[in-house]
Every structure is written in structure tokens, then in C-alpha cells.
Design a protein around this ligand. Structure first.
Ligand code: C5P
Length: 424
């Protein structure tokens, strides 16, 4: 059966409901997926409520009286979810469930071909005319364009139906921001020696005789050419692959003249700081106004990075740090990824942070290890479950929960998992 046919079946299940509870993950594709779902249900007159959550609390799975639409989560709990639900989750899972729209069950890769917002869009399109642009904001927020430097497969089909404009430009976030900020904040891709270092970014631009305060958009063609060629020189010198470097210039996606990544970043930040439901409302109303939220987010990231650097340590084949109760659990994974890139670390990075459930764990891995076959999602699932916790995610980015005090045991088990995978 094809993914479209399954999407239609799920739409038919929804159409029979009087009430739907939407439970979605607190990131850009969860939030846009929830907005697509809610708008669709409102349109067809099905009562609903939205809950944006950091992870799937077992209570949501157990509460069987309310029909639930799980978005961007659920694949890790398929065996426990009863018939009173549908699941549109793009996270890796080979488990089957009759009411799940799991790209991996259809031979697709949920990391590049379709995100949770795209899956929600597929289902919703059999009920109403959902906003394809929202699905694209979610896909961009989930970095689905990273591997190929553009959106492909189902994402591409949805892109064609959206209002999103495709342009050719530098694929670095912040083209409207002062150049030095754009370069210093760039994390996908990141520029070694400049990433996270404002002074170096200013020096880099000054050496070329370029006003560091102007934005990329305001640069002349000649200035753009100069900057690009200097960035490429640095990356070649640092040994980045041709494939990686060529992705710096290519497709970018804009909505009303604004980079789709800006919308996604705002939603991701809101979700991580407990404002997910407000973010869903923003998506539905189309009013994206969050400069203050983003400024606050950037300030916190800088503080967290300093904290994490001071606590960075090694355990056998992995690096790790403990964020304690200082780094908020929803952001600790982002910090782990940034640290990995900034220090050019070749091993996986594990990060811990306290939350009310116990200890949140996040793991990130550099691309070469993923190419060698490392799958953090599997390692995370196995390690957390052995300790009575829960976890999952993607090949290069995974997260989970373990009981307090189990951090060292986790490092032991996770390290063994990683080494086993890489020896195969
Ligand atoms: O929180 P973090 O950014 O580290 O999460 C990385 C990935 O791990 C996410 O895609 C998320 O869905 C997954 N995750 C999970 N269970 C958790 C936390 C995160 O499966 N408790």
C-alpha cells in the first residue's frame, strides 16, 4: 500500500470523530503539523484541542477515552497506542501500527523525504485544503533540506503546492541580518573559526574591505562573490568534503520575502520555551511576530554554550557534558550539536539535563560517523530502555529520558552501543 492510500484511510478515521485531541511535539514540524491538523478539523467542524508536549508522556498513551492524533511523536510507543488514535510521526521506526503513517514503513526516509508536518498535510489534504506553506516551514525547521541541499520527494511535491518561493542564494540563515551575525550564528552549515565568534566574523569581513554591518541582501554581486569564495577557501582548508561545501550555495525558500528558516526558528524557540500552543495559534492566524522571543533565545544559547564548554568531558569513545538544572532540557540537544561543530569533535556528543521526569539525555553525532553506519536513534532507544527510560529520534540526533542518578550507567551502555554499531 502506498503512503497516500494510508493517509486517506487515516483521514477517513478522523472524519468519523466528534472530538480529536491533537498531541504534538514542541518543535517546528510538530507545531506546524498541529496547526495544519487543527485548522483542518475546525474547517470540517470536528471539535478539537491541542497539546504541545516535549515528549510523549505515558499518560497520553494510556488515556484512551479521547481520540488522539499524535504528530511528530508516537513511533517509539506504537505497541502501546490503542485503536483510539492515529499517528503521523516521521521518526525512525520499523514497527507497524494500523493507524500510523510512518514513512519508513513505505520505504521512505523520514529525515529527508517528509517531516511530521508533511505527514499531517497528507492526511489533512483528504479532508480540506491545508496550507502547504506551513508544512514546508516544518520541513525546513526539521532540516529536511540539509542532506541534498534542497527539499526532495514528498517534501518537493508539497513545496510545489505551496506559496513558498524557491530562490538560488547562499544557504546560510540570516540573509537580512548584519553580515557578521549571519556568519557567526551560521550553524548549518557552520564556518570553522567563525562560528560562534563574533570578533572573528568581523575581522574576516574587514579583511575583505566589506562593511560588516550590512546584510547579505544589501551586498553587491562582487561582495557576495568575494565572501562566498573566502568561505569556500576556509572550508577546503579545513578538509570539508566537496559535497558539503557545494551545499553552501543553492536553493533557499522564502515566504513573503522572508526566509522559511526564520519562521521555523521562531517556532522551534517558542516550542522549546513552553509556548507551543501560542505558536500553533500564530501559524493558524499567519501572524509571525517574535523578534523578542528570538533575541531572548540567542542570549540563552550563548550562556548555555559557555556553561557546557566548562563541563565538557570524555568517556571512552564519546564526549559529554551535564547541564544540571541550568540548561533547559529542551535546548540541551541543540547545545550538544553546536559544541560538536564548534570544536570539530569527531565522536558522538551526549548531554544531560535535569527535568521533572528525571534526566533528559540528548545525543548528536558528526556526519562522518553517520556515513559509517552509526544510528543514534537505535543506540538511544536501547540504552534508555535498559535503564527503565525511553528514547529515540534520528540517526544523527536522538534524545530520551532516564532515571536520576543513572548518568554514568547510561554513558557505559551508550558507549558500548555506539562502538558495537561502528564495528559492524
Ligand atoms: O531533545 P533532542 O533535541 O535531543 O531530541 C532529538 C530527537 O530525539 C528528537 O527528534 C526527538 O523526537 C527524540 N526524542 C525522543 N524522546 C525523548 C526526547 C527526544 O524520542 N524523550
Amino acid at each position: 500500500m502506498g503512503i497516500e492510500k494510508r493517509a486517506r484511510e487515516l483521514a477517513n478515521i478522523i472524519a468519523k470523530q466528534d472530538f480529536v485531541r491533537i498531541v504534538a511535539h514542541c518543535d517546528a514540524d510538530g507545531i506546524t503539523g498541529a496547526a495544519i491538523a487543527k485548522k483542518t478539523l475546525d474547517e470540517v467542524g470536528i471539535k478539537n484541542e491541542v497539546k504541545i508536549v516535549r515528549y510523549l508522556n505515558p499518560d497520553f498513551v494510556k488515556e484512551t477515552d479521547k481520540f488522539t492524533w499524535f504528530i511528530d511523536l508516537g513511533n517509539g510507543h506504537l505497541s502501546k497506542i490503542n485503536g483510539n488514535a492515529i499517528i503521523t510521526d516521521h521518526h525512525y521506526s520499523m514497527n507497524e501500527h494500523p493507524a500510523s503513517l510512518n514513512p519508513f514503513s513505505f520505504g521512505m526516509d523520514g529525515e529527508v523525504e517528509v517531516s511530521a508536518s508533511g505527514l499531517a498535510y497528507l492526511v489533512a489534504s483528504f479532508l480540506a485544503s491545508p496550507d502547504a506553506s506551513l508544512a514546508i516551514i516544518g520541513a525546513i525547521g526539521d532540516l529536511q533540506d540539509l542532506r541534498y541541499g534542497k527539499l526532495v520527494s514528498i517534501n518537493r511535491q508539497i513545496l510545489k503546492k505551496s506559496e513558498v518561493e524557491i530562490k538560488k542564494d547562499i544557504r546560510i540563515y540570516g540573509r537580512d541580518k548584519p553580515l557578521y551575525k549571519m556568519l557567526a550564528y551560521a550553524s548549518h552549515p557552520f564556518i570553522p573559526g567563525i562560528f560562534g565568534r563574533i570578533r572573528n566574523a568581523i575581522g574576516f569581513l574587514r579583511r575583505m574591505g566589506i562593511d560588516y554591518k550590512k546584510s547579505w541582501r544589501d551586498c553587491s554581486k562582487e561582495e557576495k562573490r568575494k565572501i562566498l569564495s573566502e568561505i569556500i577557501k576556509i572550508m577546503v582548508h579545513e578538509g570539508f568534503s566537496y559535497e558539503y561545501i557545494t551545499k553552501i550555495f543553492g536553493e533557499v525558500y522564502e515566504i513573503d520575502g522572508k526566509d522559511a528558516r526564520e519562521y521555523a526558528t521562531l517556532l522551534n524557540s517558542m516550542g522549546k520555551y513552553g509556548q507551543g500552543e501560542r505558536a500553533v495559534k500564530m501559524c493558524i492566524e499567519g501572524k509571525f511576530d517574535g523578534e523578542k522571543i528570538l533575541q531572548e533565545h540567542r542570549k540563552r544559547i550563548c550562556k548555555y554554550m559557555e556553561f557546557a564548554k566548562r563541563r565538557l568531558d570524555e568517556y571512552k569513545s564519546i564526549h559529554y557534558f551535564h547541564g544540571g538544572n541550568f540548561i533547559i532540557d529542551t535546548v540541551v540537544g541543540t547545545i550538544a550539536g553546536m559544541l560538536l561543530r564548534e570544536d570539530n569533535i569527531a565522536s558522538p556528543m551526549v548531554a544531560f539535563a535535569e527535568n521533572e521526569e528525571g534526566i533528559k539525555v540528548s545525543a548528536r553525532a558528526p556526519h562522518p560517523l553517520i556515513e559509517k553506519g552509526l544510528n543514534l536513534s537505535i543506540a538511544m532507544k536501547n540504552a534508555t530502555e535498559k535503564l527503565g527510560g525511553q528514547g529515540g529520534g534520528h540517526r544523527a540526533a536522538a534524545g530520551g529520558i532516564i532515571p536520576k542518578g543513572m548518568e554514568e550507567r547510561f554513558l557505559e551502555i551508550f558507549d558500548a552501543e555506539v562502538r558495537n554499531q561502528l564495528m559492524r
